[in-house]
Ligand binder design. Structure first.
Ligand code: GAL
Length: 683
């Protein structure tokens, strides 16, 4: 084993190269530079580990990297994990897989990046399947207390190990170490290294509805109209495989029977304020016009009879981009759902090209499977960027480096607790996740799922198979409407949270560990691994209830908290019990919270449209909110065309609230008109 030579890449980020890394790795595929200025602004930090304790060895078949652990260290991250938050003591096999039903580490979006509760992170930049032993191995020289299984009740199957071993099946790899000091700082550095977080268009933060698979244009229009007639906000209608002339695999061409006039269809939807999102997967149907052009650039194996193009090649990318631009973007399509780029072996079905598949670039099936989703994200984002239009969509698989791509992960798994846990976990690895809703066994479950999805990166009903609609359970229709409207009302708040994601790397929705570890207290440390509650933006804490649960405990970090709806006061640094009834999801605002809200419009405001704001203020602590403003749809913000408003509130010596608003300069086309303050707990 040899120690490594670390070179500082940016303040608080170091890289070491071991052996000869392969020519395919996620960070170089991105083609997106780190956000240097924001990293500089975070300031320098010392190397967070003792360099002498990090060692590696390499042979032609594998690279092994060893790092130390302290006795009480927790290990977070590793991508979109459904089964646990803290991976200490576990072996994680980080393969892309669409059926992560077991606690092995396999998932739609594995990321070989772990964060330690001691305040640092370790990232391996490779397209290979990485295995990380998070304190689950012992070397011969490591001290071990051997217990007698026959007599000792404390015998344990998992050893106590103070060692991380990372194994890359290749003759080299790049490793990064990221400094804190806090866990949130580590995440921010990671996101900024990957180009900063995604900034969706405003409409992306409205409500999404995916219509059933075989729908025609008229059926989709009728379903969309019903949203307007019933007063349920909705911004995006998603079309499922039925819009293709053939699927599976995909042709990417409109079905002449179901969508005979696609341009007219998209235009009619736009007139009613709906964007169109198209389902597709990567496997190309033999009848597709682009099939012959993609054939020379495709792999040795097909998937469901479709070509698997080698999108590491510019030539293959160009074919797909050109066709998508001509047939979809040019008529106003707003984005894609990039499905089934993960593959499965675990359930009844086995589908995906094998690891030994060969591709014209020289890369193999193992590598391509690990990065396929990332490549699709990159291509689609580039296509929209070329037209100076932001997109927001979905992707079912990705890996390292995805922070800046405006696509949200989803899954066919449907366990609600796992879905909320995934929301927490996604925040450690630069991923966005939707706990999408499809169906429910009861009206109660319907409400509980809908409430949680409205506090997530993408609020979506995916009715592709269940044929549900938000009003499918008439007895709770009023509650569902309230939450879809609340989602809409919170758009200025969430949009500002995403702007921070882009500008300083702070994830808009995040695990409690990222909040608690900033100012740890003994009670906080006990709740560090909380996986059923999370922060939405800086000021709101969301604690979903699950079906058949009438009451739950919520950990509130130190300070005073207020019920978001009623203003009821709670002391923090402890667990509180809440039983809010079916019509409410527990949401708490921290002392001093300022929450800008807009009217519950049918759909997001258009560029240039002004909306009035209701700004809520909670508690008595001085509060400040930075409200982000730009045109909401283009990339003009990258050239500096954005402004931050400042909203401030405090309670004066006389007990009365005092407020101040700093607006953009005269002449700036602002998105917000008059501001009305609402004091939730005073005045
Ligand atoms: C699944 C996907 C579903 C739906 C379906 C259509 O793979 O997860 O959301 O799109 O395909 O066939």
């Amino acid at each position: 084993m040899e120690t490594l030579r670390w070179a500082e890449q940016a303040p608080g980020i170091w890289k070491a190269t071991i052996g000869t890394p392969e020519g395919l790795d996620p960070l170089s595929l991105l083609g997106i530079p780190p956000r240097r200025q924001a990293l500089e602004a975070m300031g320098a930090a010392p190397f967070p580990l003792d360099q002498a304790t990090i060692a590696a060895e390499v042979n032609p078949r594998r690279t092994v990297i060893c790092l130390p652990l302290t006795p009480d260290e927790h290990i977070y991250g590793l991508g979109l994990q459904f089964m646990r938050l803290n991976h200490r003591g576990r072996t994680r096999y980080l393969r892309v897989n669409s059926d992560p039903r077991q606690d092995t580490g396999e998932t739609h979006a594995p990321v070989p990046f772990y964060l330690s509760s001691d305040g640092y992170g370790v990232l391996v930049n490779t397209a290979r399947i990485v295995t990380i032993y998070c304190g689950s191995t012992l070397r011969r020289q490591d001290p071990v207390e051997i217990k007698d299984r026959n007599t000792d009740p404390n015998w344990q199957a998992t050893p106590r190990s103070e060692l991380v071993e990372i194994v890359v099946p290749a003759a080299g790899a790049e490793v990064y170490v990221l400094a804190g000091p806090t866990l949130l700082d580590v995440v921010r550095r990671y996101n900024l290294l990957c180009g900063g977080g995604a900034l969706p268009p405003r409409w992306g933060l409205g409500f999404w509805h995916r219509v059933p698979l075989p729908f025609t244009d008229e059926e989709a229009i009728q379903e969309a109209r019903e949203f307007r007639q019933r007063g349920f906000p909705c911004d995006v209608i998603g079309l499922e495989p039925g819009w293709h002339s053939h699927s599976y695999p995909s042709t990417y061409e409109w079905s002449p029977e179901r969508f005979p006039k696609p341009a007219e269809f998209v235009e009619r939807m736009a007139q009613d304020g709906f964007r169109i999102n198209l389902w597709e997967h990567a496997w190309v149907h033999p009848s597709a016009r682009i099939y012959p052009r993609l054939e020379p650039f495709s792999g040795s194996h097909t998937v469901w009879g479709g070509l698997a193009p080698d999108y590491t090649l510019e030539e293959a990318q160009a074919v797909l981009k050109e066709q998508h631009d001509a047939d979809h973007l040019s008529i106003g399509v707003s984005g894609y759902k990039l499905d089934e780029c993960d593959g499965s072996e675990l359930t009844g079905a086995s589908w995906m090209f094998p690891a030994h598949a060969t591709f014209p670039s020289g890369h193999d099936g193992e590598q391509l499977r690990q990065v396929y989703g990332l490549l699709l994200q990159k291509m689609t984002t580039d296509m929209f960027r070329r037209r100076n239009r932001r997109t927001y969509g979905l992707v079912r698989a990705t890996t390292t480096g995805a922070s800046s791509f405006p696509s949200v992960l989803y899954s066919d798994l449907y366990d609600h607790r796992q879905f909320v846990r995934a929301l927490c976990n996604a925040s450690f690895s630069g991923l966005l996740w939707t706990p999408e809703i499809r169906g429910a066994r009861s009206a109660e479950e319907w409400v509980r799922r809908m409430q949680a999805v409205c506090f997530s990166p993408l609020a979506m009903l995916n009715a592709w198979s269940d044929r549900t609609k938000p009003w499918s359970y008439p007895e709770v229709e009023h509650i569902i409407k309230k939450y879809l409207q609340l989602r809409m009302r919170l758009m200025p708040y969430f949009y500002s949270a995403f702007a921070r994601y882009h500008h300083d790397g702070t994830p808009p929705f995040r695990a409690m560990a990222l909040e608690i570890a900033k100012h740890p207290t003994p009670a906080g440390l006990e709740s560090l691994d909380a996986d059923d509650q999370y922060m939405a933006g800086d000021s709101l804490l969301v604690a979903p209830l699950f079906a058949e649960e009438l009451m739950r405990e919520v950990f509130l970090p130190a300070g005073i908290w207020y019920d978001f709806e009623t203003g009821e006061r709670f002391e923090g640094d402890r667990k509180v019990r809440v039983s809010p009834g079916l019509d409410r999801i527990p949401v708490f605002a921290r002392d001093g919270a300022i929450i800008p809200m807009m009217p519950p419009l049918d759909h997001a405001p258009q560029p240039g449209e002004q909306v009035p704001l209701e700004v809520r203020y909670y508690g008595t602590a001085p509060g400040q909110f930075r409200l982000y403003d730009d045109d909401g749809e283009t990339y003009a913000y990258e050239r500096g065309d954005y402004r931050w408003w400042t909203l401030e509130a405090r309670v004066g010596a006389d007990g009365q609230p005092q407020v101040a608003v700093t607006r953009p300069e005269e002449g700036w086309a602002s998105s917000y008109a008059d501001i009305r303050w609402r004091f939730m707990t005073t005045g």
